[in-house]
Each structure stands twice: as C-alpha cells, then as structure tokens.
Design a protein around this ligand. Structure first.
Ligand code: G3P
Ligand code: CA
Length: 281
C-alpha cells in the first residue's frame, strides 16, 4: 500500500472511541438517552457541543438554532432554558426512522430521549458512571458571546472538580475541550490550564501542515477529509509530540485507515460498531 503505516509501537494504547453527540446513530443527538447508550456501548469518551442560552446556561446543542433538532424555532442564544425545556428534542429522529420505513416505537415518550440536555446534567452522568468515561466538550461560540461560554464552562467544571491547575497533582482530567477556534482554546487554557485542548481542523492550512498546533494545545482534531487526503499528517503530528483525534469516523473504510495510521481517538456516531470493528467489543 502507498499509505504510510504507523510505527510498530506495541505499547500504544488502544484507539479511544469517542461517541459523537452520544450514540447519535441510534438515539437523538445530544440527549441523555444518546449518552447513556454510548456508555452502555463501551465508548471511552462522549463528545458534545455546547452553547449558551439567553439566561446563561450551557446546553448541549450543535446548531446555532434549535430548528433541526427540535419542534421549536430560533437561536439557542435568544431562548431561555425554560423555553428550551418545553421543546421536544427527540421526535425529529423518530421522523427520520419512520421515513426509512421503520415502525415508530413510542420511544418519543421517554423524557431522556426528548428533553434538552444541560452540560451540568451530562457532567453528572459522567461523574456517576461506574467506570472512567471521558468528556470532550466542543465550544460553539458566536462572537457576540466571546469569552462567556468559556467563563461559564470553567465555572461549571470547577464545581465538578474538573478544572484543577495543571501542576497540582498527578490527576488527569476526564474532561477535554475542543474547538475550531484557537482563541477559545487559549481562553480556556488561561483560565484552567489543567484541561487538555483539542484544536479542530476542517482543512489543513499551511500553518499547521507540519503537525504543529496553537501554543499550549496538545491534541490535533482533524476531520476525516484531512486524513483521507493527507494520511501523512498523523505521523507528522505524532512527531511534533501531539495526539490525533479524528472526526467523524463512521465508515468501516475510514475506521480501518485511522487504525492503520495509528490515530489516538476516533470520534464516531456509532461507538458500538466501531469498537467491534477494532476488536474492542
Ligand atoms: O468532534 C468534532 C466534530 O464534532 C466537529 O464537527 O460539526 O460535528 O461539531 P461538528
Ligand atoms: Ca462537535
């Protein structure tokens, strides 16, 4: 094969499998049900996107607006948590399943499948899990709210004991923060240096092509498109001393390529199937 293969590193830990928006192929994304399923499916970590509501709560919603994933309309930043709590964040998924010809199974009556999820509730889930489950939190940050998402995040992580200073103990944070914005990661690092940062990349810009990352960031988060086009990037990032977490890795061929290249984590909507393919479950 013309693909560069990973170094023989027998001590390399198994690839970490990260559930993207929860087990979001099976359950509505960003719901408690999707995250519970991901934990049941053996995911090592859970990925979530966070946004700030009009009244200052961090909620797990991907899009700027609630239109796609709920029966409501409008920007998350214009709605209060109480408004979001009246919406159904699960039935759109059953609608898709119906369209595929599958019988609805009344799962929409389960509040864990339909309620908006706060980051606080997700942190409780992770904290109460009976094994170590990591959480990869992505800051989605309209410029209007510059700094406030990170401020609230650090405050909340502090309440859970996850925002300790870097050098204080041999403790490793189960929480990491991801962003396409180097500035957001920088703000996080300034406020909570013990929390690892993941720099997400949609395209491989000349600045980072050689495996370097923004100052203080230790994990590269390239999209699968980068990995397919530039498989040599993984070895370059590793040589620069960084780990590589790839998104969104759903197809078997992509999982295989990531495994062959020795990436450190795959972020996927289907943790169960990916773990099975990797021989982990
Ligand atoms: O895990 C990173 C990935 O989630 C970034 O893309 O659009 O799914 O948030 P998006
Ligand atoms: Ca995300």
């Amino acid at each position: 094969s013309a693909r560069p293969s990973q170094d023989a590193r027998p001590d390399r830990p198994a690839i970490s499998v990260v559930a993207h928006r929860g087990a979001s192929e099976d359950a509505p994304e960003h719901t408690l049900a999707a995250y519970r399923k991901a934990i049941e499916d053996g995911a090592d970590a859970l990925e979530c996107d966070i946004r700030l509501t009009a009244d200052g709560h961090l909620v797990c919603v991907h899009d700027r607006r609630v239109n796609r994933t709920s029966n409501g309309r409008g920007a998350v930043s214009a709605l209060e948590l109480a408004d979001l709590a009246t919406l159904d964040f699960g039935s759109w998924k059953e609608g898709i399943e119906d369209a595929c010809g599958e019988a609805p199974d009344r799962q929409h009556e389960d509040p864990e499948r339909t309620s908006v999820l706060t980051l606080e509730r997700l942190l409780e889930l992770v904290t109460d899990a009976d094994r170590r489950v990591e959480l990869a939190i992505e800051t989605k940050h309209p410029t209007r709210w510059a700094g406030q998402v990170e401020e609230r995040l650090v405050e909340l992580l502090g309440r859970f004991g996850y925002a300790k200073p870097a050098m204080s103990t041999d403790w490793t944070s189960p929480v990491r923060v991801m962003s396409f914005s180097a500035r957001s990661l920088h703000r996080l690092r300034a406020a909570a240096p013990g929390i690892p940062g993941v720099y997400l990349m949609q395209f491989l810009t000349p600045r980072y092509r050689d495996g370097r990352l923004p100052v203080g960031v230790g994990i590269a988060g390239p999209g699968m498109r980068i990995i397919r086009a530039h498989p040599e990037y993984v070895a370059k990032a590793h040589r620069a001393g960084h780990r590589v977490h790839v998104w969104t890795v759903n197809d078997a061929a992509d999982v295989e390529l990531c495994q062959e290249l020795g990436v450190d984590a795959v972020i996927t909507n289907r943790p169960k199937q990916v773990r099975r393919q990797l021989g982990l479950g």
